[in-house]
Write a protein that binds this ligand. Structure first.
Ligand code: SF4
Ligand code: SF4
Length: 383
């Protein structure tokens, strides 16, 4: 298993981490299939994975309980356990202590190796400030109940800059993969953390399975380049090849995924120039398959109405490919990404001036798509 040596603490982390957010479920239910999940944990642990990640709301609160059950069978010093303060559920100062104590109990531990402020965004940052959450957790770190304090992040780079200036962090967790590198500004987020010397935990390296289930054209490109490698392994290697990354978290749902990811990390080969070219080609084919053929070149910008045309189209393309694959959360993900983009950049501002049509090298009828996308948003958003 490929490891990362953490200079500050002198410890070694497995570059592949096991996320407990998409554990196998008993057929037709939302209940974790414990027997299968425990087998997966044992297999992973036996092969050197020593980083496990859970959170308050995963599996409707049952992920932490599962983590406690699964990991308490092992010597506590043989693994790293990560958990998170759910900022969205903190409504009063007392909630911080209550939630933290409950998490320790559920996880059957008296400390967390890695602890994060979960999903920092503008709104949650205000919660953190109002209830002095960072300060409270820092105190817990001094008392030994938290070894490393960090945060997870899904918002814009400007906010990330602010967050890393404001507080001192041991690590940060961002969504990073070869699709979001441009689309969600993951490259900018990565650079901000790299410049600050903050180690990066990667979440969604396979983008919730999207990058393991690409269109046939993209799959062919990957298979031609390396018939033995799985499609998902390209995405795992992409994230793992970045030098500032200490853990690539994969929310694995089947034993096959566990075996495949472990095989990738046991014989880890960082990407080389030719590999990046293969990924670019496959990504282009994916973006063009049944979706709006936007390449993200931004030649159409600026839109006089302030719409972020390439980003709106990218979010819509994710929606379309999720829908085609019948991904269970494609509506929800669309709304989440659309909200993060910001109201002022959304499609409904389009006045059909067609200035962008003239500038687009792909001759995309953007104004038509803006109407379609607004329709999807209106259908999906809560009434
Ligand atoms: S057609 Fe719509 S999206 Fe294009 S430039 Fe005009 S307002 Fe902006
Ligand atoms: S110019 Fe066309 S291809 Fe380029 S980002 Fe705009 S819509 Fe997409």
């Amino acid at each position: 298993m490929e490891k990362r040596f953490i200079q500050k603490t002198g410890e070694e982390l497995s570059l592949l981490g096991f996320g407990f957010m998409r554990l196998p479920l008993k057929e037709g239910t939302q209940e974790i299939d414990k027997a299968k999940a425990l087998d997966m944990v044992d297999y992973a642990k036996d092969r050197g994975i020593n980083y496990f990640d859970t959170a308050w709301m995963y599996h409707e609160g049952n992920s932490e309980t599962f983590a406690g059950e699964a990991l308490s069978r092992y010597d506590r010093s043989s693994f790293n356990l990560a958990d998170k303060m759910p900022l969205m559920f903190v409504k009063a100062e007392a909630d911080v202590e209550r939630i933290f104590q409950e998490q320790l109990k559920k996880c059957k531990t008296d400390y967390f190796d890695y602890y994060l402020l979960h999903n920092i965004c503008t709104e949650h940052l205000k919660v953190a400030e109002t209830f002095k959450i960072y300060e409270k957790l820092k105190e817990k770190q001094k008392q030994g109940q938290i070894r490393r304090l960090g945060f997870s992040f899904h918002d814009q780079p400007e906010l990330l800059r602010d967050v890393v200036q404001r507080y001192d962090w041991d690590f940060a967790q961002i969504q990073l993969n070869y699709l979001d590198w441009e689309q969600q500004n993951a490259h900018e987020q990565y650079r901000i953390l790299e410049k600050k010397g903050i180690p990066v935990n990667v979440m969604e390296p396979v983008r919730g399975g999207t990058l393991a289930n690409l269109c046939p054209e993209s799959v062919l490109i990957f298979k031609n380049a390396n018939p033995a490698a799985s499609v998902a392994s390209w995405a795992i290697r992409y994230a793992a090849s970045l030098s500032g990354v200490q853990v690539v978290l994969s929310g694995m749902s089947t034993m096959d995924q566990v075996k495949d990811n472990i095989a990738t990390m046991e014989n880890f080969k960082p990407l080389v120039t030719e590999d990046y070219q293969v990924i670019d080609k496959a990504l282009l084919a994916f973006k063009s398959a049944g979706t709006v053929p936007c390449t993200g070149c931004r030649y159409c910008m600026d839109c006089p109405q302030g719409i972020d045309i390439p980003k709106v189209l990218a979010i819509y393309n994710n929606y379309l490919s999720g829908k085609a694959r019948k991904a269970p959360t494609y509506n929800f993900l669309f709304e989440m990404e659309y909200k993060i983009l910001g109201e002022d950049k959304q499609a409904h501002h389009c006045v059909q001036c067609d200035e962008c049509l003239e500038k687009c090298p792909q001759h995309i009828n953007v104004s038509h798509w803006m109407k379609e996308i607004d329709k999807v948003h209106k259908e999906n958003s809560p009434k």
